[in-house]
Ligand binder design. Structure first.
Ligand SMILES: [Zn+2]
Length: 475
């Protein structure tokens, strides 16, 4: 089991198939959500009946059967406790399902989803070829079980099929090791569901392993080999943490850490900028040894302030923190802010090239400028709770300790929005305020004393001053 240096381990190995289809007409689509009971074959056949279910794509000696109204009593009788509860909390009306329903609208309802609920308590054994079925497996407290993962492919006609595997062993493990207990597991379920909404290419590299490094998986504090997937990973965890206050507090604790908290693996993308700044390096045995023995494998560890330029945008923790802090501050109204994040995500689901923090800054800034012109926005302005569209810029700047030049920052922004979208007014105006904001928050961003909450609160106060409000139509 690969351990994270921060509590949110949410690890994923993800497969992705198919290509991006652009230009789908907007509209309402009905989604199919199916649930499958996966268990040792003997358990399935003795409880659901001889020959029931299928072994297709299942690990050796496992079968899967769709859970229906007719057989769900059988499932509830035989399923282990965490899997049974997961099923219950994904049914219509349950709180987690309500959040899942919103996540499933990121694609406008174009992705059907299958949840595989797996009783893996007796462990999974590879077949003679090493195949372990469609799922991602790992050693979980001494037993090989299913580690949560998700994948999605194009089924034609503008529709997609997503699947995710959720096992009992991982549920128990995550509840024991991550902040929030059961809600940490719900965060994982929401995170995996979010992956099914971001279709097409997940990364610009031909193999996901290049993005994730030599171990084929990721830590939340890892600097990945691509920004788009780092963005998606953090966004999915954010959605889950909107229901997990203990997990959200853990994010703030991570951001305030002054030790070496970011990791870079070898066997990923070459990043000479990162080899030439202070870090420590650990050499270990390669996690996936090459066919010929030998080879070296290193993990480099960095303090926050030592990471130069835009490289923090390659960590999913930056995407997570950005969305969480936006949600916690913007317009003093988390529901309003969450609506904005969902709308921002809806512009990104289909096209990898739109997925990034530059694009998120753009889409949130544009929404804030539009909102400032609405009657509700005017009311908030009178009450002193309206937030300027420059705040998302300041937020990313703080999380990146102002390491990007204006040129870098604006390039990140433009790269994610494509040529035809109109830029926010804040795209230029923010840089007239940047030095003032930096001066105000600098004391909270010292290597021996980091207080992200104070820094963000200070910047947010600045951008609630009426003189900083930018609104659509007044450009
Ligand atoms: Zn993930």
């Amino acid at each position: 089991m690969k351990r994270s240096v921060i509590n949110h381990l949410t690890r994923l190995f993800m497969l992705s198939f198919g290509f991006v289809i652009v230009g789908q007409a907007p509209g309402l689509y009905a989604q199919t959500i199916r649930f499958y009971c996966v268990a040792p074959s003997a358990t399935i056949t003795s409880n659901f009946g001889a020959g029931s279910g299928t072994t297709t794509d299942m690990p050796t000696s496992y079968r899967s059967i769709e859970i229906t109204a007719a057989n769900q009593a059988v499932f509830n009788r035989i399923a282990p406790p965490q899997i049974r509860r997961t099923y219950r909390e994904l049914q219509t009306g349950a709180a987690m399902r309500q959040l899942v329903n919103r996540v499933l609208q990121i694609s406008g309802g174009r992705v059907n989803i299958d949840y595989f609920l797996i009783d893996d308590r007796t462990g999974i054994t590879p077949d003679p070829n090493g195949y372990m079925g469609m799922f991602t497996t790992d050693d979980i407290d001494g037993t090989r079980g299913v580690w949560p993962s998700a994948w999605v492919w194009n089924t034609g006609g503008g529709r997609y099929q997503g699947q995710t595997g959720l096992g009992e062993l991982a549920s128990v493990y995550i509840q024991r090791h991550e902040a929030g207990g059961w809600l940490a597991w719900e965060t994982t379920v929401v995170h995996e569901t979010n992956h099914t909404q971001f279709v097409g290419e997940k990364t610009k590299w031909p193999s996901i392993t290049i993005t994730y490094g030599g171990d084929g998986s990721h830590w939340e504090s890892e600097l990945l080999g691509g920004r788009a997937l780092a963005f998606e990973e953090g966004l999915g965890t954010f959605f889950g943490l909107t229901r997990n206050p203990a997990g959200a507090r853990e994010v703030i604790r991570f951001l305030n850490r002054t030790n070496e908290r970011y990791l870079l693996e070898s066997w990923s993308v070459l990043a000479p900028d990162l080899y030439n700044v202070p870090h420590t390096e650990t050499r270990t045995t390669p996690p996936t040894p090459p066919p010929t023995p030998g080879g070296e494998y290193a993990i480099r560890r960095y303090k926050w302030l030592d990471i130069p330029r835009y490289y923090l945008l390659f960590s999913e923790s930056t995407s997570l923190a950005f969305h969480q802090l936006f949600w916690q501050h913007s317009n003093n109204d988390p529901n309003n802010a969450l609506d904005m994040v969902f709308r921002s995500s809806q512009a990104m689901w289909e096209n990898r090239l739109r997925r990034g923090l530059g694009g998120a800054v753009h889409r949130l800034a544009v929404q804030l400028e539009t909102y400032a012109s609405t009657p509700e926005g005017r009311q908030k302005e009178s009450a002193g709770t309206l937030t300027s569209s420059m705040f998302p810029f300041a937020l990313l700047d703080i999380l990146n300790h102002f390491a990007m030049s204006q040129e870098d920052f604006q390039r990140e922004y433009r790269a994610d929005i494509g040529g035809t979208e109109t830029r926010s007014q804040a795209y230029s105006e923010y840089f007239n305020h940047r030095d003032a904001v930096r001066n105000r928050v600098q004391r909270y961003l010292q290597q021996t004393n980091i207080n992200i909450t104070n820094a963000v609160s200070e910047a947010h106060r600045y951008f609630q001053q009426p003189s900083t409000i930018l609104r659509a139509g007044s450009g």
